[in-house]
Design a protein around this ligand. Sequence first.
Ligand code: 9MR
Length: 366
Amino acid sequence: MLPLTFALALSVTTEAESAPATVLREAFKDRFLIGTALTASQLSDPASVALITSQFNVITPGNEMKPASLLVAPGRYDFRDADRFVDFAEKHGLEIIGHTLVWHSQSRAFLFEDEAGRPLPRETALRNMRDHIMTVVGRYRGRIKGWDVVNEAVADSGGLRETPALKAIGPDYVEKAFRFAAEADPEAELYYNDYNIDLDYKRESGLKLVRDLRAAGVRLDAVGIQGHYLLGTSIEEVQRGIQAYIDDGFEVMITELDIDPLPRRGAGGADVTAEEREGMDPYRNGLPAAVQAELADRYGRLFDYFVTQPKITRVTFWGLTDGDSWLNYFPVRSRTNHPLLFDRSFQPKPAFFRVLESAKKIRARQ
Ligand code: 9MR
């Protein structure tokens, strides 16, 4: 069921030109696509479908197109959930992003390693990676707007992450993945996607990777900056970071946006005491007004910046409502988190209305 406040808000905007915009995709339509990541079960949940189709114009399967989801055994694929996503997007007139072709996590060891865990010979690993990309991208050729070709290849300590693909193929595995994807669907956009490559500590490594790709002459349509932020993340640092990519000539997409208001300290998991646990899960009964306001302020300042940048062409949230965010399970299992624009009852939070405020700046600038 469409939440009441939405139903009212929607009818108001369609009737009165001057009423405040209450639909994200309308509010930002002259600036960027606005998206959400989903799980397959939400595609058949009426409340989720109502919210998705009323607010967003692009979706990303949160897990269903990852190598481990599609590739069940060597040469054997299960496309059922991925097909549902593509059908859903077409049925509702939404764009869909493919996430992701090459990643060290949620992948299959046999792609790049032998049974003893040793790297496969380069040519075998290259063939496996090519087969996977040709099979998956080829299946959806012409139906997917763009692919996160390689995900999270940059190490937190700088340089390339020591992944099974890197060990078997060498550092040019990234470039090769882009070449295979371009071959499989020449029309699809191709993205490099990573977290924290906007932040000071990882920015130079991220820039180096995408500059190297550009220098190698592969098609790279946009840099996906995931945007998993904490309440305490410096918005100025984020802006500086995104701007560095833009100033270098790259198109940027914010691909996995959320802002985590829960404490991270001692985020171990199993060995935390009950007391520590209590302190790490402080908002089980809801987000206090002051934190709600802070969250809204953070989101608002981000979007105030996003709308000024024509080279930012998509902003995707990593989840639809607080109840389905991965941050309820990470880095501590089973907490009650509140990182998105819609609460557990599908109701818009103060952050939603603050984000819409940013859209007014678009009109003000025109
Ligand atoms: O949202 C995804 C969650 O359901 C999975 O359990 C998790 C496993 O790593 O992956 C989540 O999505 C990740 C995305 O694919 C890449 N960037 C980080 C995201 C959050 O972990």
